[in-house]
Design a protein around this ligand. Structure first.
Ligand code: UDP
Length: 328
């Protein structure tokens, strides 16, 4: 299939792009390179453009006879969505509107959307099935929920097939150690802990230890990036112009912030010092997936069910590439 990946140079988008390419699909990344990295597309076609540029999207879709779109491009920093909602609403909602208009104009009828477990937000059920009530608690998560509804509305009116993938916490690096997580500034827990170990900075902050969880810190479901990519491949190969589906992607196991610190200590052999500080606005106490639908309907089999293995792959990446994609 000829597939355009918006945000295809980002952490998750580029992992999917590389796997789709290896699996014989014709892929093309569309990315403004604000958060993405050209090196991450590993030589695949890359159009550098903004998701809000409808004319460039239309031209890209038409000129390359694109049959399906995987939509990753978005502003993703939860904390920033609280301080700068304009940026998030503009990119995520304005950007998706631009993409959907371009798809309608060109007649592209299949879309996979990268949504998030954060749309479940304050819902206390755990693990979370796809029909759990969505109750987002940050502007970022609210933009993702709004986009889910936009895609449904466009799909029903214009006859598109869609699959919404709500992922839990993407983590780890490619098994060959060449591609990993690199954000600037970094805000995610696992890279921050590992960078702290490598730099000996003792600057790690734990955002709150008074949540209603076993050890008081937030619980998340960390799914390996290659397992996330294999779920996208399965979903893409199953999509038709009639598809109307939602899948959670997660391991089904939750780890607290303190569990992650312990896993990083175990894998690296170094102790981590941290300070407990105020809760971070927009954080839900616990988000763990029920991945049974993905397993039974699409036959998904995660290769990294164990958090230590996921952290080990991230540790290899950070140790080998301390400057991430900026290395000369
Ligand atoms: N977290 C933390 N300190 C940090 C970064 C993250 O305690 O410096 C916590 C955060 O509050 C959340 C968990 O780690 O409970 C995972 O955060 P991350 O930003 O990695 O992913 P998110 O769940 O926000 O998508």
């Amino acid at each position: 299939m000829k597939i355009l990946l918006t945000g295809g140079a980002g952490y998750v988008g580029s992992a999917c792009l590389r796997l789709l390419k290896e699996s014989g699909h014709q892929v093309m990344a569309y990315d403004n390179l604000v958060e993405g990295h050209a090196k991450a597309v590993d030589g695949a076609d890359l159009v550098v453009g903004d998701i809000r540029d409808t004319a460039l999207l239309e031209k890209t879709l038409r000129d390359n006879q694109i049959e399906a779109v995987m939509h990753f491009a978005a502003a993703t920093n939860v904390g920033e969505s609280v301080t700068n909602p304009t940026y998030h609403y503009d990119n995520n909602i304005g950007g998706t509107l631009s993409l959907l208009n371009a798809m309608v104009a060109v007649g592209v009828k299949k879309i996979l959307f990268s949504s998030t477990c954060a749309t479940y937000g304050l819902n206390p059920s755990s693990p979370m099935s796809e029909d759990a009530e969505q109750d987002p608690c940050s502007p970022y998560a609210r933009t993702k929920l709004a986009v889910e509804w936009m895609i449904r509305d466009f799909a029903h009116t214009y006859g598109m097939g869609f699959t919404i993938l709500r992922y839990f916490n993407a983590a780890g690096a490619s098994s060959d150690g060449r591609f990993g997580e690199y954000h600037h500034p970094e805000t995610h827990l696992i890279p921050l802990v590992l960078q702290d170990i490598l730099q000996g900075s003792n600057a790690l902050k734990v955002f709150g230890d008074d949540y209603p969880t076993v050890d008081g810190t937030c619980i998340r479901d960390y799914v390996h990036i290659e397992d996330l990519a294999s779920a996208h491949l399965l979903a893409m190969e199953a999509i038709t112009e009639e598809t109307d589906e939602v899948y959670n992607i997660g391991t089904g196991n939750g780890q607290s912030v303190l569990d992650i610190i312990k896993a990083c200590e175990l894998v690296s052999g170094h102790q981590v010092k941290y300070n407990v500080v105020e809760r971070r606005p927009g954080d839900a106490p616990e988000l763990v997936a029920d991945p049974r639908k993905l397993k039974t309907r699409l036959g998904w089999k995660p290769q990294y069910p164990n958090i230590e293995d996921t952290v080990r792959s991230a540790w290899m990446w950070h140790k080998n590439e301390p400057d991430g994609y900026e290395k000369k």
